[in-house]
Write a protein that binds this ligand. Structure first.
Ligand SMILES: Nc1ncnc2c1ncn2[C@@H]1O[C@H](COP(=O)(O)OP(=O)(O)OP(=O)(O)O)[C@@H](O)[C@H]1O
Length: 456
């Protein structure tokens, strides 16, 4: 099978260039030859090359190899990771050594042996791959480091409510205190839990996540505390539980309000003792994980109703961070909308998509019962469904917007009636603009113009 490599051969002797090309084409997917070194720059503008096989002398009669060194420097400038292999005449070996000092990978002396040429190019190709890998890893690492340096960069918002949340995160992150994050669904509880971990001293260790709402009674102990081989029928080998696996890091227990009473008792014992006993084991094991819990339930109400243990609540809520509903920080909606729009425009390759101000205003008026997750999904849906030019309010499928406006015809103002007819028709056709336009007797363009006018 051919290697997925790109090789460029630069030699003004067409015979040499062609014979190397024919040989290398049997082993590499993309091999190109040029006989004029002045084309090197254009060749690199068109493609990246893993290896360049470069003649040492180009000017007729020249034997000093200065041309080769000049083009080597040019290639290294254009693409530092590309490996360069020189082809040199017998008398130029000193120069070839100089070329290696300047960054060439190796050289071959004319007349070359095919076997030797293939081995040299293959080694140059492997070196290039490793260099590229290192470059990739370095850029990934610097990206991760910048994320660590800016642990809140993905929490969008400038409202007083979100600023106060960020301040609290910063304060608690430095401690090992147990944190309870409360807030409605989709308000960003998991995002905040991750931010606490990232800005804590434990950020080099793991962040593990357990959804207490999804865990069954029977699996609870085995998942969280681990089990010994043979402890029950399916226990084919020893298993480390989440508490132990999160050692040194943070353990995020989501939907903690969903735990049954017996499981609350088990969890309380483990948090109090700071040790777990795996199912089927006799000895307890200590763990050192920072606990972050989250819920959308009112735990203190549940305590009053007798459905959540007060002692467990006291253990987990050393610090409580309450996340505001999106409707209580509406001033953040334009920022969040812009953030999600940009990322979905990129994801769905609709960079030209434009969102008029009146649409953003409409989004700000809506109450977003599903909070930021609902906003995120609504924007993703709108971007997918759009024709790639402009978003309209109708693209967002909002549930309660304008429920009161236009739900009955109380005014006989013609404009009000037209707006009502358009809204009703779009609703009837579940957002399908073509069908609504047909029913209203308008072209799609005319309907869009009216939608813009009435801010629908
Ligand atoms: N302030 C914010 N800035 C940017 N994105 C946010 C913000 N808050 C939440 N999100 C995004 O909204 C989505 C929902 O957030 P998250 O899962 O953290 O909410 P949650 O409160 O844990 O939800 P649930 O209670 O349903 O588990 C995620 O994709 C998250 O990245």
């Amino acid at each position: 099978m051919k290697e997925k490599g790109r090789i460029l051969i630069v030699d003004d002797d067409n015979y040499v260039m062609l014979s190397i090309r024919i040989l290398l084409e049997q082993h590499y997917q993309d091999v190109r030859g040029i006989n004029n070194p002045l084309q090197i720059e254009t060749a690199f503008e068109e493609n990246h090359y893993d290896v360049v096989v470069l003649d040492m002398n180009f000017s007729a009669g020249a034997t000093e190899g200065k041309d080769g060194l000049k083009y080597l420097r040019q290639i290294k400038e254009l693409s530092p990771t590309t490996s360069v292999v020189f082809i040199t005449a017998y008398g130029e070996i000193n120069l070839a050594v100089e070329a290696i000092k300047e960054g060439a990978f190796d050289f071959l002396v004319k007349p070359w042996q095919n076997e030797k040429l293939l081995t040299t190019v293959s080694a140059a190709f492997q070196l290039n791959r490793s260099a590229q890998k290192i470059e990739e890893l370095t850029s990934k690492q610097s990206h991760l480091t910048s994320l660590l340096d800016a642990p809140f960069s993905d929490i969008i918002g400038e409202s007083d409510a979100i600023k106060s949340v960020l301040e609290q995160i910063e304060k608690v992150a430095q401690t090992d205190a147990n944190v309870l994050i409360t807030g409605e669904n989709g308000t960003g509880k998991e995002l905040v839990a991750r931010a606490i971990h990232r800005s804590s001293l434990r950020n080099q260790e793991v962040f593990l996540n357990v959804d207490m709402g999804a865990i069954t009674e029977t699996l609870f102990e085995s998942e969280l505390f681990g089990h010994k081989k043979g402890a029950f029928t399916d226990a084919k080998s020893d298993r480390v539980g989440k508490f132990e696996a999160a050692n040194g890091g943070s353990l995020f227990l989501d939907e903690i309000g969903n735990l049954s009473s017996p499981l609350q008792a088990k969890l309380l014992r483990v948090i109090q003792d700071r040790q777990v006993i795996p199912v089927g084991a006799n000895d307890a094991r200590e763990f050192d994980a920072r606990l972050i819990c989250a819920t959308n339930a009112h735990l203190s109400k549940m305590v009053q109703q007798g459905t959540f243990r007060q002692d467990l609540l006291f253990r987990i809520n050393t610090i409580e961070i309450r996340l505001p509903a999106l409707r209580d920080r509406k001033e953040d909606i334009p920022l969040l909308a812009d953030h999600f729009l940009n990322s979905f425009k990129k994801k769905y390759h609709k960079n030209g998509l434009f969102v008029p101000d009146y649409v953003i205003k409409k989004l700000t008026k809506y109450d977003w019962p599903g909070n930021i997750r609902e906003l995120q999904h609504a924007i993703e849906r709108a971007v997918i469904m759009s024709d790639g030019k402009q978003l309209h309010v109708g693209d967002f499928n909002l549930q309660n917007v304008n429920q009161t406006e236009g739900s009955g015809i109380e005014s006989f103002n013609l404009e009000d009636l037209e707006k009502w007819a358009i809204e009703s028709s779009i609703k009837k056709h579940q957002g399908n603009i073509s069908n609504a336009a047909e029913e209203l007797g308008l072209s799609r363009g005319a309907l869009y113009r009216r939608m813009e006018k009435y801010e629908i």
